[in-house]
Design a protein around this ligand. Sequence first.
Ligand SMILES: Nc1ncnc2c1ncn2[C@@H]1O[C@H](COP(=O)(O)OP(=O)(O)OP(=O)(O)O)[C@@H](O)[C@H]1O
Ligand SMILES: [Mg+2]
Length: 500
Amino acid sequence: MNSSTLEMRNISISFAGFPALRQVDFTLEGGSVHALVGANGAGKSTLMAVLSGTHDHYTGQITIDGQPVTVKLPHQARTHGIHLVQQEVDVALVPTLNVAENIMLDTLSEPGHLHNWSDIYHHAQRLIDQLGLSINLRGRIESCTLAEKQLILLARALSHKCRFLILDEPTAPLDQAESERLFALVRKLKAAGMAVVFISHRIHELRDICDRMTVLRDGRLVSDDSMEGLTNEHIIEKMIGHQLEDIYPPRRPPHSPETLLRIQGMHDKDKLRDISLSLHRGEILGIAGLAGAGKTELCKALFGATPSQVESGELNGKPWKPKEPYLSVELGLALVPEERRKEGIFIDEDIPMNLSVTADDSFSRFSIFNSRQALSWAKDIMGRLGIRASGPLQKLARLSGGNQQKVAIGKWLRSESQVLIFDEPTKGVDIKAKTDVFRLIDGLAQQGKGIIYASGEFAELVGLCDRILVLWDGRIVAELNAADVDEEILLMYSTGGTPA
Ligand SMILES: Nc1ncnc2c1ncn2[C@@H]1O[C@H](COP(=O)(O)OP(=O)(O)OP(=O)(O)O)[C@@H](O)[C@H]1O
Ligand SMILES: [Mg+2]
């Protein structure tokens, strides 16, 4: 492949008067990986939406190898070899089509084309092999994991003559091993002359695979540098405009010995085996595990969102077994789910509506929804979590990915719940917002609530939790004091290892 250079110059775009990008320049070289970073809502996805032909109302120029090109429609971008693997994978997949059809979607949707199905499957298989993925081509999209969905979209991009590949937060749903596999692939594509844009909030990964880095802040270009010599501190400072002193809150005073929730011998149909755990008042209990270990299954089963069998259990001193989500909420249990876009928020509603639906009726005394109170509460939460939007009445669908996550977390902060279960709460959330989320969760624990915090980000578990349970293949394989462990120890247990 001959490598090409793409330049975006002076790109500006507004939505209903809100400037999402202001005169941004961005240069992409073939044979290199280019990091695009910035806080939630900085404009990363919007800049890449422009480049992939999603918007036609921007101003500015795009050239490839010095030649001006028109990119105002998705097919125009594709003609130039520009392909985007979106941040919200579900939006780009068609659930009624199978895996192979989703991979070959662009070819299948070309008008006036007669398809040779054996060619289609053959081509899809070749792409899957190239990605080192083992997946049933005739399988349903629904039964794919997030990591698989991501790779299906990547395969779709590679089904064309791709010169410029955009990966918008590709590692958010991946664990460390899956990310490594993706990086190996990205390195191969780069060696073949492709230009890759890589967006991520995991700052430590950037130096692994990126050659250059562009930083956006509030829709403006802040810097464009070679990755060489940049430290994590430099990157954070460029992103948020100042240094970040402490990522984790100071150690909490010891929590109460009182048991808030206890469960003995929990099983489910597919994954969970003989889970026993207890949670104390004021404690943050971490659940560590790689993708597929059963963290999400455990969170959902505890909340009663999926069926499980339990030998015995207690909540707030009374016998209890998880049954149905609405009963859990009545008993003071809350779950912030992993796939928030699908399960945790109302995408077509505005921010106050989303923040108040779970707030225990406190805005709807006598069934009258008090929108003024809801609005002032929304403004407060937006300030505390740094939610970037054109205003509180913006629909969730129009917020950036990370800002949607913050709304999903924010809506529980007012609740009367005694036990809060967080499933990967910081996924897709920028570094500053992460520290805000940690502080909020720490504050909830200090108020005497019990927190269950499931995550594949082991550094976060060590930094935030009191005690950590490690899940491996649906079982708890270790119970550790957070003060005595580090990331390596968690990684060892979570890959099924035992101490030498
Ligand atoms: N179609 C749209 N309509 C209205 N506002 C939009 C639209 N697309 C983007 N915006 C706004 O533009 C800003 C930039 O959003 P963008 O999605 O580019 O952020 P991002 O840098 O990708 O953030 P994240 O890290 O959270 O994914 C946000 O404030 C967002 O609400
Ligand atoms: Mg984005």
